[in-house]
Design a protein around this ligand. Structure first.
Ligand SMILES: Cc1cc2nc3c(=O)[nH]c(=O)nc-3n(C[C@H](O)[C@H](O)[C@H](O)COP(=O)(O)OP(=O)(O)OC[C@H]3O[C@@H](n4cnc5c(N)ncnc54)[C@H](O)[C@@H]3O)c2cc1C
Length: 363
C-alpha cells in the first residue's frame, strides 16, 4: 500500500496532522509509533484498581487559543476544571503561583493587594543585568521567597543551580497581585470528560489512518512507500547524533494507590524543599472520578530516561542550531512537535503548530 504521508510519532502533534490529512485532504496516512499506545505524553489509562491516571504526569489543558479549543472540542467534551496547586513550605501549604494569599500565609500577615505589591517591591533585589533564572526570581520576589519556593525546587527539577539556567525557566512562573488562586488564568481550561486517550482515539477514527504501534520507524521505513514524512521524534536521533546528543530532563513517575477516598488538599502539591520528589498529583482531583480508593503520582526528576523537557543550556541550543541547518535542507521531511523542534510546547501550542503546518502543507 502506498501512503501519501507517513507520520512518525502518535503524540498530539502527529495525531493532529493525521486527523487533518485524513479528514480534510482525504489522503491515506500511516502513523508509526514506538510505544504500545497512541497519545504520546498525554496518554491516560485505568490502573489495576480502575482509577484513571495520567501515565506521563499530570496534564491540564488550558489555552487562550479559541481555534485550538474548538478544534479539540470536536473530539471530546470537557469537565469544567480549574487547576489549583499548593506548595509545602515551612510546614504550611500555600497557593501557587504567588498570590496575595501566598504572601499572607507564608509570613502570617493580613496584607491587602496593594500592600503585597509594596511588600514584594521591598523584597526584590536590584539586579543590573538579568542573565539567569536566579536573577529573574531575585529581582521579582527577593532572596527569602526565592530560597523558600524556587531555589531547591529548580535544582531538583533541572539538576543544576538556578544561577546556571536560562532566564526562560523561572520567568514562566507568574506572580499575581490578587486573590485568584487558580493555577492558570487562561480563558479555556478543562479535562477531557472521558480522558485524553479517548479524545485521541476519536481524532484518528478514520479509515484513511493506519497506525503501527510498538515500532521504531527506523525498523520499517525502508519498506514503506510514501511521498512525505512528518517527523515528531527526537531530531538528534533522526540524524544519528551527528552533531552530538541533545540533552533532556527526564522524570521517574512513582504511582501509589491508597485505600482511602482522599490523599491531599489539592490536585497537585509541590515540595520545593522536602523529599526527593518535586510534586505529588492526586488523579481523582483532576478527573473528578468517584472511587473508594485514590491514586497519587510522585515525580522524581532525573537526567536519564524518556526525554521530556529540553534542557535549555547554551551548548544544547548551539547543537540544535546545527541540526536546524540540516532540517532546512530536507525536501520530503517536515519536523514538528516538542522533540523534533527541541522546545517545550504545551498541548495547546503543539496543536496550534500542527494546525498551522497543515495549512502550509495543504495550500
Ligand atoms: C510531565 C509533563 C507534564 C505536562 N503537563 C502539561 C500540562 O499540564 N498542560 C499542557 O498543556 N502540556 C503539558 N505537557 C506538555 C505535553 O505533554 C506536550 O505538549 C505534548 O505531549 C507534545 O506532543 P508531541 O506530539 O510533540 O510529543 P509527544 O507526546 O512526546 O509525542 C511524540 C511521540 O513520538 C514517538 N516517537 C519518538 N521517537 C520515535 C521513533 N523513533 N519511532 C516511532 N515513534 C517515535 C514517541 O514515543 C511519542 O509517542 C507536559 C509534559 C510533560 C513531560
Amino acid at each position: 500500500m502506498k501512503f501519501k504521508y507517513v507520520i512518525v510519532g502518535a503524540g498530539l502533534a502527529g495525531l493532529t496532522m493525521a486527523e487533518r490529512i485524513a479528514n480534510v485532504m482525504n489522503e491515506k496516512v500511516l502513523v508509526i509509533e514506538k510505544r504500545s499506545h497512541i497519545g504520546g505524553n498525554v496518554y491516560d489509562s485505568y490502573n489495576d484498581d480502575g482509577i484513571l491516571i495520567h501515565n506521563y504526569g499530570p496534564h491540564i489543558f488550558h489555552t487562550n487559543d479559541k481555534g485550538v479549543y474548538q478544534y479539540l472540542s470536536k473530539f471530546t467534551k470537557w469537565n469544567d476544571f480549574w487547576h489549583r496547586v499548593l506548595t509545602y513550605v515551612d510546614g504550611n501549604l500555600v497557593p501557587m503561583p504567588i498570590t496575595v494569599e501566598t504572601i499572607n500565609k507564608l509570613y502570617k500577615l493580613n496584607l491587602s493587594c496593594s500592600q503585597v505589591e509594596e511588600f514584594l517591591k521591598e523584597q526584590a533585589e536590584d539586579i543590573s543585568e538579568i542573565k539567569t533564572s536566579r536573577d529573574v526570581a531575585l529581582s521579582k520576589v527577593g532572596r527569602d521567597i526565592y530560597e523558600k519556593i524556587f531555589e531547591t525546587y529548580t535544582r531538583k527539577q533541572w539538576g543544576v543551580d538556578p544561577g546556571d539556567l536560562d532566564t526562560s525557566v523561572i520567568s514562566r512562573i507568574p506572580i499575581r497581585l490578587n486573590r485568584d488562586t487558580r493555577y492558570f488564568a487562561d480563558k479555556y481550561q478543562g479535562m477531557p470528560s472521558h480522558g485524553y486517550t479517548r479524545m485521541c482515539e476519536n481524532m484518528v477514527a478514520n479509515k484513511n489512518i493506519k497506525i503501527m504501534l510498538n515500532t521504531d520507524y527506523k525498523e520499517v521505513i525502508d519498506q514503506i512507500e510514501y511521498d512525505k514524512m512528518i517527523y515528531t521524534g527526537p531530531t538528534d536521533e533522526f540524524y544519528n547524533y551527528k552533531h552530538g546528543k541533545l540533552s533532556y530532563r527526564s522524570i521517574q513517575f512513582q504511582f501509589e494507590t491508597f485505600d482511602k477516598e482522599e490523599f491531599q488538599e489539592a490536585p497537585v502539591v509541590n515540595y520545593p524543599n522536602d523529599y526527593d520528589y518535586t510534586r505529588i498529583t492526586e488523579f481523582k482531583k483532576l478527573t473528578w472520578q468517584e472511587h473508594k480508593k485514590t491514586t497519587i503520582c510522585k515525580e522524581f526528576p532525573c537526567s536519564e530516561g524518556e526525554p521530556y523537557y529540553p534542557f535549555p543550556t547554551k551548548d544544547c541550543k548551539a547543537r540544535f542550531a546545527l541540526y536546524e541547518e540540516d532540517m532546512k535542507k530536507e525536501e520530503n521531511v517536515l519536523f514538528l512537535g516538542r522533540l523534533a523542534e527541541y522546545r517545550y510546547y504545551n498541548m495547546d501550542a503543539v496543536v496550534r503548530r500542527a494546525l498551522d503546518l497543515f495549512l502550509e502543507v495543504s495550500s
